[in-house]
Design a protein around this ligand. Structure first.
Ligand code: ARG
Length: 466
């Protein structure tokens, strides 16, 4: 038989460049286990429906198992002339089991095959990412619990704004990652339909059982429209969109790690395990892992963009353009998985300089809002009046180069005579964060409660996952 699966009507082999641009085996071999799984489901179904003889189905199943073992042992031979993973498996099957192997491709096409294989692969990728993100959330929540009362400056415009707790800051990322996981889960739900049996584009005249193959492959149901099933890659787009946003979150955190570990801040230190040295400056400790997490975002967002552009303007149904989906998905998912693992590693690794954080938290008159709030709560000023009074006291403190709590009562009373000694109870960074007890606020008690809630939830999820 012709080594090309479609060779019957051709009298010439392809040009070398044609072969090079056409072949996808160099990358789609990643789909090998998925392709075998989908083929086994197809063979069982064909046998059960009497579309092929039961003993042919048996031979096919055995052959497919042998092929998977060859692949796993690194003994499978690949050749560009066989184009892609689907034809490789089929050609080897025919080699192994003879003409029975030629019956496997009944009532299917590479178009529904690749759509099925890729859904299976993306589904596994989503599950792996979800597990990684849960691990990262756990690392963050544990650190947050440890640092529920560690005071650091909160920033807006990267200017010191109000004191916050480090635990609260870390839990902000736990929330973001929680939503990322929700987006992946959402994409997973929609992708979990089986294209198998859509055949080339129009369905098939064979009495196939699509519910059976769908169930065997863990899909919720078969796809409802054959043209749609073979020609859309929205499930990859959605996954890459979720991955893009997730990697943007990781990148923002990575940027904070870079800032916090810089000499100017000195809030955290990463150990030798997560830093590198400089080849010329012996004193340097560079946060390369954080920088690379930040940079991986480019690949992930780039992949999303590439795939959207590939799909734009494609008429129904399958077009070879779609072959370009896989490298994007593979590269982006690999980059994201690595970024997640590196981020979790850095969270566990980082040591925190509480004194440096606390000192910075008290700088730049960061408790001015607390003073204004006190004027409202203790003296009954409107917030606008309190803002004005505080502004004048801030000016005084700036002129004297003192933090607010070091101004004397007499000095403050010059601005507002009704101010009492009690105000000092609000001007330190500790009382400031302790007072922020509103739901979602930074008070240590809130942080402890939220960190514990997350840890319980994550433990429960892990137990349910087994
Ligand atoms: N390697 C192809 C892809 O990834 C498989 C589908 C090929 N179908 C076809 N009609 N040439 O898209």
């Amino acid at each position: 038989m012709n080594s090309r699966m479609w060779g019957g009507r051709f009298s010439h082999g392809p040009d070398a460049v044609m072969e090079e641009i056409n072949a996808s085996i160099d990358f789609d071999k990643k789909l090998f286990p998925n392709d075998i799984a989908a083929s086994k489901a197809q063979a069982r179904m064909l046998g059960a429906r009497g579309i092929i003889a039961a003993d042919d189905a048996e031979k096919i199943l055995e052959g497919l198992d042998t092929i998977l073992r060859e692949f796993e042992a690194g003994k499978f031979t690949f050749s560009r002339s066989l184009e892609d993973v689907h034809t490789h498996v089929e050609a080897r099957l025919i080699e192994l089991v003879g003409p029975a192997g030629g019956r496997l491709h009944t009532a299917r096409s590479r178009n529904d095959q690749v759509a099925t294989d890729l859904r299976l692969w993306v589904r596994d990728a989503i599950d792996a990412i979800d597990a990684g993100l849960a691990g990262l959330q756990k690392a963050l929540a544990e650190k947050a619990l440890e640092h529920a009362a560690t005071v650091m400056p909160g920033f807006t415009h990267l200017q010191t704004a109000q004191p916050v707790t480090f635990g609260h800051h870390l839990l902000a990322y736990v929330e973001m990652i929680g939503r990322d996981r929700g987006r992946f889960a959402d994409a997973r739900k929609r992708l979990n339909e089986s294209p198998l049996g859509s055949a080339a584009l129009a369905g098939t005249s064979f009495p196939i059982d699509r519910d059976r193959t769908a169930a065997e492959l863990g899909f919720d149901r078969p796809t409802a429209n054959s043209l749609d099933a073979v020609s859309d890659r929205d499930f990859v787009v959605e996954t890459l969109a979720a991955a893009s946003l997730c990697s943007v979150h990781l990148s923002r955190f990575a940027e904070e790690i870079v800032i916090w570990s810089s000499a100017g801040f000195g809030f955290i230190r990463l150990s030798d395990r997560f830093t590198t040295g400089s080849s010329i400056m012996p004193q340097k400790r560079n946060p390369d892992a954080a920088e690379l997490v930040r940079a991986k975002t480019g690949r992930v967002v780039g992949a999303l963009n590439t795939l959207l552009i590939v799909l734009k303007g494609l008429p129904l149904a399958y077009q070879k353009d779609m072959q370009e989906d896989k490298e994007q998905a593979f590269d982006a998912i690999e980059a994201l998985e690595l970024a997640i693992a590196a981020t979790a590693g850095m969270v566990r690794d980082m040591s925190v300089d509480k004194a440096a954080m606390r000192k910075a938290a008290g700088a730049a008159l960061s408790t001015a809002t607390d003073l204004a709030d006190w004027l409202v709560q203790a003296l009954g000023l409107t917030f606008r009046q309190a803002h004005e009074v505080t502004g004048r006291i801030v000016r005084l403190a700036e002129a004297r180069k003192l933090p607010l709590h070091r101004l004397s009562l007499a000095e403050m009373q010059e601005v507002e005579p009704r101010i009492t000694e009690a105000v000092y109870g609000r001007l330190g960074v500790g009382p400031s964060v302790a007072s922020r007890v509103s739901y979602g606020g930074t008070a240590p008690g809130n942080v402890r409660r939220e960190a514990r809630r997350w840890l319980r939830r994550l433990d429960k999820e892990a137990a349910a996952a087994g």
